[in-house]
Design a protein. Structure first.
Length: 274
């Protein structure tokens, strides 16, 4: 009986070693498959990181649609159904592994769909070209660029830019003006959004805007907007910055200081009439 292992732990030890070897082999194979899939996806994707991008061409307005990656990477209903149908210890492990593999696959697919490249300039990663400046745009072009961007020129929707993305913008005199201009743009678009909501043509998520939807929204409010802030022989050619100045003068932004200045001006005009 001693030679057959009944009075020792020899038989159990060999069985445990054999079982562990099978588990390790399965896990190693799975990891290799996952790594291979990720490498192939990264090799094929075009989300390149560059340290010294070449100068960009002047901005045009061929727009693109931004994908909501947070929504696409979340577990699907199919994953939940698989998890429910595989109850038990072994079933749960398999469903968890399947969900991880699907998440990796989705990540790779999203990388392939990305339309913008990132470069390193001004001591940080930035999606904008290194020589990019806010261009002088007509009102309609500005609204389009704010909501849709321009994939061909690697310009995302201006609404998605953070203060850090434009911090390095300077005027001819060397003053930092990026966030001041960005603030004016955001205030300008606040009026556009207010009027679009009133007409029922505003969309909440920036990633849901398409060129067609921007055009539809602008067509619904442009006539009144031009009449209020862009009165000229060719209102559609008026720049957004000029329109911003007229909006500020008309106190469209409800600035208390502007209200006082308007009241003083009206009072002075009345005194002159008297």
């Amino acid at each position: 009986m001693d030679t057959r292992g009944f009075s020792s732990t020899e038989y159990k030890t060999s069985s445990i070693k054999e079982a562990l070897g099978i588990v390790v082999e399965d896990l190693t194979k799975q990891l290799r498959d996952d790594l291979k899939e990720v490498k192939e996806g990264l090799r094929n994707c075009r989300h390149d990181y560059i340290s010294d991008p070449e100068a960009a061409e002047p901005l045009s307005f061929n727009t693109c649609t931004i994908i909501d990656e947070d929504a696409d990477i979340s577990p699907s209903d199919d994953d939940a159904n698989v998890a429910e149908s595989n109850e038990g210890s072994r079933g749960t492990d398999k469903s968890t592994q399947l969900k991880k593999r699907r998440v990796i696959k989705r990540s790779v697919e999203l990388m392939k769909k990305r339309k913008f490249t990132v470069g390193y300039h001004h001591n940080k990663l930035n999606v904008l070209p290194p020589n990019f400046k806010f261009p002088s745009m007509a009102v309609a072009n500005f609204v389009t660029c704010w909501l849709s961007g321009n994939a061909e020129e690697n310009i995302p929707a201006l609404a998605t830019l953070s203060s850090a993305d434009v911090l390095h913008f300077k005027s001819k005199s060397g003053m930092k003006i990026g966030n001041r201009v960005r603030g004016k743009m955001k205030t300008f678009m606040g009026i556009v959004e207010k009027r679009a909501r009133r007409e029922g043509v505003w969309i909440e998520k920036i990633c849901d805007w398409t060129p067609a939807l921007v055009t539809r929204m602008w067509n619904a409010i442009s006539a009144e907007f031009y009449a209020d802030f862009c009165q000229s022989k060719r209102p559609s050619e008026l720049s957004w910055s000029t329109a911003y100045g007229r909006m500020s003068a008309a106190n469209a932004f409800n600035n208390p200081r502007n209200k006082k200045e308007i009241a003083k001006r009206l009072l002075a005009e009345n005194n002159n009439l008297v």
